[in-house]
Design a protein around this ligand. Structure first.
Ligand SMILES: Cc1cc2nc3c(=O)[nH]c(=O)nc-3n(C[C@H](O)[C@H](O)[C@H](O)COP(=O)(O)OP(=O)(O)OC[C@H]3O[C@@H](n4cnc5c(N)ncnc54)[C@H](O)[C@@H]3O)c2cc1C
Length: 486
């Protein structure tokens, strides 16, 4: 139920005093976008949405909510995929008499504070949109290594809190690996200023890593110092098609041997995924063999603008073809073609959202086991739910597979117990991943959607340690309740 319920006039008045009345949203219509997730699957509730403009304002809000015993949900671009930023969800994490949480959205804290091209670092407020950080780095001839489909709307604070991955992990690592320093408002309202830009700092525990992947449960990230990299000046993008995953894995391994760190992207898609994207973007043309069971988008980059990457790519593809590993391949001849290759990859989320009920998963297994995992997971899911089709998109170099059992809207509507079915399908896929030494969450986090899976699949000692950390930082458990822990 989407609704607002009053947290008490005095708290609302305090929040208005702190950020200004126009930046405390209470009207149901205004609050709506902040209490519903991007896919429109989860509808939470909030007492209000507060839009602070400074760290000091965040600290005052946190202290005021703590004093009133009202829970607080930090929020960025609200593009997360596990319901972690949806307030008041799940309902049983909130007592019926407690006021609904306050959403603290950081979109007004969007300043680039400092760019240091010599030290290769950028310091930004947590509400900066990812694409703006990428652009600021480029203006200083540097590159920020995180790239994902939601980059036009997700925020750096959200990226850090989810430890976001994306298409550049194979070369630059995930968001955690970009974080040099952080500023965080702790659950008691104290401000921890750890905005150091050092590459080497072994002075005790690396506290910044606690907040990477903490999903708003340990404090509010208000600013970050992030690693920058030299800007690539040469690109070569190719589209490969293959008969099976074993061949694609060999293509990946051969390419890595030949070009090392120049691989910037290696994304796998299956034919079903490509059919769906083409159905929803009819003017889209596949660069090579549309009938192939698998395709891969591969990109090489180099900081040397004179590097002959296309010649290198031609040589690699020649070798792979000669070894019988490829059905067909195409190299983008210019930047328009490169953009059209990427349009296929970036069209996936929207196409899948419109197409049906995709029970998206986010597993990772050791790279060498990706093929066996896909085979076993497909067999198990289709044996029990034959009406589903298996849609695959994978950051193959990271062993990260979005294994998506897709149901048509009609088939989904016909199922009697849909929530239970969704949980059962995901659990089946997670169990197969676990058998291969994998994880049920590679880059999206836990949120409330996967909180039960964390309890089920991780060793009790591991979850007990997590709870002790949570308890130590957030004694009253008012920071984003119901998330990570079930
Ligand atoms: C089209 C599309 C493509 C995507 N592709 C990828 C992908 O390739 N890889 C990937 O990893 N993810 C992907 N995502 C998921 C999503 O974009 C990421 O999880 C992103 O990092 C979330 O950022 P956000 O600002 O939207 O955070 P939100 O959704 O607002 O919040 C996510 C979590 O972070 C917490 N949080 C937000 N801001 C703060 C803060 N300042 N301090 C403390 N906690 C905070 C929230 O409480 C919540 O727990 C995709 C999403 C979409 C819609």
């Amino acid at each position: 139920v989407t609704e607002t319920s009053s947290p008490g006039d005095s708290l609302l008045q305090s929040l208005r005093d702190i950020v200004g009345a126009q930046y405390v949203l209470t009207d149901t219509h205004d609050v709506q976008p902040y209490v519903t997730d991007w896919r429109g699957r989860y509808h939470g509730k909030a007492s209000c949405v507060a839009l602070p403009q400074s760290t000091e304002e965040v600290a005052r809000i946190v202290r005021r909510c703590a004093a009133a015993g009202v829970s607080l949900v930090p929020q960025g671009g609200n593009t997360g995929l596990v319901g972690a930023a949806v307030p008041g969800y799940p309902q049983d994490a909130h007592s019926a008499s407690a006021p609904a949480p306050v959403v603290l959205n950081l979109r007004r804290m969007n300043r680039i504070l400092h760019v240091d091209p010599v030290g290769n670092a950028i310091t930004v407020e947590a509400g900066c949109i990812l694409a703006h950080v990428q652009n600021a780095a480029e203006r200083h001839d540097r590159y920020y290594g995180v790239s994902l489909g939601a980059e036009g709307s997700c925020q750096i604070g959200g990226n850090i809190a989810t430890n976001a991955g994306g298409t550049g992990v194979i070369k630059y690592g995930s968001t955690r690996e970009q974080v040099l320093g952080l500023e965080v408002v702790l659950p008691d309202g104290q401000i921890w200023n750890g905005l150091r830009s050092l590459r080497k700092d072994n002075a005790g525990y690396a506290l910044r890593h606690l907040f990477a992947g903490s999903e708003g449960t340990l404090g509010v990230i208000t600013a970050a110092t992030l690693k920058l990299h030299p800007r690539p000046r040469a690109w070569c993008t190719a589209w490969l098609t293959a008969d099976n995953i074993a061949h694609v894995l060999q293509c990946l391994a051969r390419t890595q041997s030949l070009v090392g760190e120049r691989i910037a992207t290696f994304e796998l898609l299956n034919r079903r995924q490509l059919e769906i994207v083409r159905h929803h973007i009819p003017d889209l043309r596949l660069p090579a063999d549309p009938e192939a069971p698998y395709a891969a988008l591969v990109e090489l980059t180099d900081t040397d603008g004179h590097a002959r990457l296309d010649a290198l790519m031609e040589r690699i593809l020649g070798e792979l073809l000669a070894a019988g590993l490829l059905r067909d391949a195409a190299i983008a001849a210019n930047s328009a073609q490169r953009a059209s290759f990427w349009r296929i990859r970036h069209g996936i989320s929207e196409a899948n959202r419109s197409h049906g009920m995709g029970l998206s998963t986010d597993v990772a297994v050791p790279v060498a086991h990706v093929g066996a995992f896909i085979e076993e997971a497909s067999a198990e899911v289709l044996a029990e739910w034959p009406q589903a089709s298996i849609v695959l998109v994978a950051h193959l170099g990271d062993g990260n597979v979005h294994f998506i059992p897709m149901f048509s809207h009609a088939d989904w509507a016909a199922l009697p117990k849909r929530e239970e079915t969704a949980d059962a399908v995901r659990a089946r896929v997670h169990d197969v991943a676990a058998r291969f030494g994998g994880t049920f969450s590679a880059e999206h986090g836990v949120g409330f959607v996967l909180a039960g899976e964390l309890a089920r699949l991780r060793a009790p000692l591991e979850t007990a340690l997590m709870r002790r950390i949570k308890q130590a930082l957030d004694e009253t458990w008012l920071q984003n309740p119901g998330k990570i822990f079930s």
